[in-house]
Design a protein around this ligand. Sequence first.
Ligand code: SF4
Length: 218
Amino acid sequence: MCLYVSKVPNLFPLYESLNAHFGDLHWWPGESPFEVIVGAILTQNTAWRNVEIAIKKLKAKGLLHPEGLLTIRDDVLEELIRSSGYYRVKTRRLKSFVLYLHEEYDGSLERMFLEDFRHLREKLLRVKGVGEETADSILLYAGEKPIFVVDAYTRRILQRHGIICEDASYGEIQKLFMTHLPHSVPLYKQYHALLVNTGKTFCTKTPRCGGCPLNKEG
Ligand code: SF4
């Protein structure tokens, strides 16, 4: 199986170069853990600005809490989150999550996050529409649990720097970070945010290596 190149990856120098360039990014925005979770579900396959519009509408209607999303009619929710795209699918995903929260933890996120986070991860992955990236975003950003979030930008950057092979799995990439870095929530949050920013600014489909802080990182 093709995993990583044989050298030990330089994940710290990579981090330091990005951190020096972008500074502290304070990602993920959200006034509450529940808002972060809603954002994590709505941001699938869409730009964050579209999610912000939907969240703003939910807030304006006073619905951005588990009970609000549990009781609202599907068609009304669809309209409110329309800006985020795939709004029918995402309505079902939001409903599945709040139903799970209601049934398993009486609607309490505090209770949910008391679970061992690896066990909770397995349970979240069984909720319809929650994949690995969404589950890990929920655990890291809403639950403050030390788990690394892997996204498409992370994969692309590591691949272009010869750190991973093309067919490395999500779990293998995650393990790479979690094996070579301390299990720190602030570090994992900032590193993920830095990689996303690098992907958006420099490591686009056609890379803009001139000016990229990773230009000299092999
Ligand atoms: S833009 Fe170039 S230097 Fe920057 S991360 Fe991508 S491949 Fe590396």
